[in-house]
Design a protein around this ligand. Structure first.
Ligand SMILES: [Zn+2]
Length: 285
């Protein structure tokens, strides 16, 4: 290894020293600046070095978190989530021509974040309890959710746009749930505990993906709930949100979490329709 490469490695490893959003953005800018100063051959070497350092870090974290993990999901703590996320994104950058665009996207995403909170939005313990609640109602879902990889990244950051998000991999075998605070949202432990509902809503999105293998609700949902949700069509993007909401409210209904269900007051007939639908859907999986 020559001196230049040693400098590159030191620059790459600066990621592991930082914790604030502003510093992550500065870091990405530094990497981008370096990247833009390189010729094509040097870019290849630099990207290889990034991959080597980050892949090792990212795999070590995965092993740490999964070694004694018998759950059907993995929850990454806020202290590791951001670095896990960034290193994973960089490992996915394979084409030299796309690196700049990828880094721009990362910078844009982080520009919506602030370092507001000291606590994660939902805790690992909350997540365990919510999965238990789902598995008590639908034991089959433990089998289904265990057949794919579900990663949950807890962030103690605030995002301007959303408080949680789920993204699938291209093959629909890996799902990542990002749990964040939303701008102006009160700290956790507020009366409604809406973050429990939001987390179950994200599991509802994963369920619909697993049933249809794409970002679409099952057509049976439109058909079987048409008396409850008039005018909903399969191509309406709201249908995905209604499906996820329906799953979350049904799981919470008449449980220890019913107090946190914003739709607990809905008419019992609505819950009868939802229960009939989800019982059938899940049992046929
Ligand atoms: Zn949603």
């Amino acid at each position: 290894m020559n001196i230049k490469e040693k400098d590159d490695l030191e620059l790459i490893k600066e990621l592991f020293e930082i914790n604030k959003i502003k510093d992550y953005i500065n870091y990405l800018e530094k990497i981008q600046e370096k990247w833009n100063s390189l010729g094509k051959k040097e870019k290849k070497v630099f990207l290889n070095n990034i991959h080597e350092v980050f892949y090792f870090y990212f795999m070590s974290l995965r092993v740490d978190y999964n070694l004694f993990n018998e759950k059907s999901y993995t929850v990454y703590k806020p202290k590791d989530s951001m670095k896990y996320f960034i290193t994973k994104q960089f490992c996915g950058m394979q084409k030299i021509d796309e690196v700049n665009e990828y880094i721009d996207e990362l910078k844009l995403l982080l520009s919506n974040f602030t370092d507001k909170h000291n606590t994660e939005r939902v805790s690992k313990n909350d997540i365990d309890n919510l999965f238990n609640l789902v598995y008590q109602k639908y034991p089959k879902l433990e089998e289904i959710f265990s057949s794919v990889e579900i990663e949950i990244l807890l962030f103690n950051n605030t995002d301007k746009i959303s408080n949680s998000l789920t993204t699938p991999s291209l093959d629909n075998k890996h799902f990542t749930i990002y749990c964040l605070y939303m701008k102006d949202e009160p700290d956790r432990k507020r009366v409604e505990d809406i973050h429990y509902y939001v987390f179950l809503h994200e599991l509802g999105h994963i369920l619909s993906w697993l049933v249809t293998n794409k970002n679409q609700v099952p057509s049976s949902f439109i058909e079987d709930t048409k008396e409850s949700y008039t005018g909903l069509t399969i191509n309406n993007p709201d249908a995905l949100e209604v499906f996820a909401d329906s799953f979350a409210m049904l799981v919470m209904h008449e449980s220890n979490y019913s107090y946190a269900n914003p739709f607990e007051h809905f008419h019992e007939n609505h819950y009868v329709v939802l229960k009939k639908y989800f019982d059938k859907l899940i049992n046929e999986l």
